[in-house]
Design a protein around this ligand. Structure first.
Ligand SMILES: C[S@@+](CC[C@H](N)C(=O)[O-])C[C@H]1O[C@@H](n2cnc3c(N)ncnc32)[C@H](O)[C@@H]1O
Length: 203
């Protein structure tokens, strides 16, 4: 597991790059046919993404969540799609333009978002956390850009590690399967919908 993690964290590794070059072809299909719908149902169930919000899709890949998020937030909202690979961002731009969505902006980065302090309502990070090399530094940056009552939503297999890394920066606010969502430590606020999974039992 550690070796796989190191491989995924090593962005300069030519194998990693080759893997992601091919990835743009099969991943959208995987999301479309298999996992994307179920994950978006979680958004609806917990009202994670709402009209008019500013959303940062951190590690957006080919935009499988950027585009649905842009539809939900609508013309009064904004979605920043950030990824460290330019190829994925080009796919996102093409999709957004085909759909006539002018509320999507792409950012090439592996850490800094370039966004002002406390400007984002929701940071969405799906299947990315385990690949991030500077995990704590990224979380500090995400904390900076999140509004006081903003939500950091992380979908990842590596739930225990996510809890370790977020400790002190964010408070766990809810959990469902691989989805964990947090608020900044100073603005704790519970989501009551997930009453089957009280936070006290998760920790
Ligand atoms: C498995 S894909 C998930 C893509 C998308 N979130 C989804 O769920 O469909 C992981 C993505 O995270 C990006 N990524 C990995 N480490 C990153 C980092 N430090 N900063 C920004 N993006 C990163 C990769 O380039 C890749 O596009």
């Amino acid at each position: 597991m550690d070796r796989i993690e190191r491989f995924l964290e090593d962005k300069l590794n030519p194998l990693y790059r080759a893997h992601y070059a091919l990835w743009v072809y099969w991943w959208p299909l995987w999301r479309k046919l298999y996992s994307g719908r179920a994950i978006r149902q979680l958004w609806n169930r917990y009202r994670l993404i709402r009209e008019g919000q500013c959303v940062l899709d951190y590690g957006c890949g080919t935009g499988e969540f950027t585009i649905p998020a842009a539809r939900i937030v609508g013309s009064k909202g904004k979605v920043y799609a950030l990824d460290c690979l330019p190829r994925q961002l080009r796919v996102v731009e093409t999709k957004a333009s085909k759909e006539g969505l002018d509320n999507v902006e792409v950012t090439l980065s592996d850490l800094e978002t370039g966004l002002p302090d406390e400007s984002v309502d929701v940071v969405w990070m799906c299947d990315v956390f385990h690949e991030v090399r500077q995990k704590r530094a990224v979380l500090v940056e995400l904390r900076r850009v999140l509004k006081k009552d903003g939500v950091l939503a992380i979908y990842d297999d590596m739930k225990e590690r996510v809890l370790n890394y977020t400790d002190g920066l964010f408070s766990l606010n809810g959990k469902q399967g691989n989805l964990l969502w947090f608020v900044k430590t100073s603005g704790y606020q519970r989501y009551e919908e997930d009453s089957n999974h009280p936070v006290a039992q998760i920790r």
